[in-house]
Design a protein. Structure first.
Length: 296
């Protein structure tokens, strides 16, 4: 369904310009505001089309259409039953299975999260992933239903109001059992994909905590405080404890066919609801099999 917001102006906003209300109260970016101005009827004040330079007064009703105006034709709808943990008018939180990419790549027939959600959402909404997971990584991820919702969720993500907690199984036993890794990460020389620790890399911070030590491996809780590609995998490999199955930064492991990394919990403050939401996804079977029965 097209997303239409209706806001009654409170005394605190009396005399404000519509463009300021859009930006500061409804999280409308400058880019989206420019698009709205080009669509007649997208911004209404008391039911009448207006310019964003118009002032509002207490009791006025501002109505704004913030949905995507055009379906992304590059994303082919492919029905697939993704496990949905939460849904409202603007967001979907799901438990992504491992082995599914987020975005379509070279093969147009490959099923991805975006393809599955394009089929689920229908013709009026576009999926916009907020926190992206690697193809092999399972677990909780958030997807916005419009560019507008994606914009304010990215703001949440970059202002410390989103916390990501992962469970992973690494080689060996990290010592000390808790720590913070702050080594900068950048591209390997001559590569646009592989990452490595390098002094001229981007600032990074990951915390870890050993939850259980097994014979040759450990269950660890990881939390990235920054959002670099492959950050947790590179950081754990850098301290000598790569994740099991990480063929890129460690080695293959016959016990698991992918990187043993799972997005366990996602917590964030919902800007419109003004409350904290938290979601968890249990460990998938392939990771459970690497742990004693009492821990599953």
């Amino acid at each position: 369904m097209p997303r239409i917001l209706s806001l009654q102006i409170k005394a605190a906003w009396n005399g404000s310009k519509i463009k300021d209300v859009l930006s500061k109260r409804l999280f409308v970016s400058d880019t989206l505001c420019s698009k709205l101005k080009q669509k007649t009827g997208s911004i209404l004040l008391n039911g009448e089309p207006v310019y964003v330079t118009r002032s509002v007064h207490t009791g006025d009703v501002l109505t704004v259409a913030v949905h995507d105006f055009q379906k992304d034709s590059k994303i082919l709808p492919m029905p697939y039953p993704l496990p949905i943990l939460y849904e409202d008018a603007d967001l979907i939180v799901l438990d992504k299975p491992s082995g599914i990419s987020i975005h379509p790549a070279r093969d147009p027939n490959e099923l991805t999260v975006e393809n599955a959600l394009a089929a689920y959402l229908g013709p009026d909404e576009n999926p916009h992933p907020v926190n992206r997971l690697d193809k092999g990584t399972s677990g909780v991820m958030c997807v916005a239903k419009s560019g507008w919702a994606h914009s304010w969720m990215k703001t949440v993500q970059h202002t410390g109001q989103m916390e990501k907690t992962y469970l992973a199984i690494c080689e060996g036993h990290p010592s000390p059992p808790t720590g913070c890794i702050t080594s900068p990460i950048g591209f390997m020389e001559g590569s646009g994909y592989f990452r490595e620790i390098r002094q001229d890399g981007a600032a990074c911070c990951s915390t870890y905590q050993v939850l259980e030590s097994l014979e040759d491996r450990s269950l660890v809780q990881l939390s990235p405080k920054t959002g670099r590609m492959h950050q947790l995998r590179v950081h754990m490999a850098s301290i000598g404890h790569p994740l099991l199955g990480d063929w890129l930064y460690g080695k293959n492991d016959d016990r698991i066919l992918r990187v043993a990394l799972h997005s366990y919990q996602l917590t964030f403050v919902h800007p419109l609801l003004q409350k904290e939401l938290s979601f968890t996804a249990p460990l998938p079977l392939d990771m459970q099999r690497l742990l004693p029965p009492k821990m599953n």
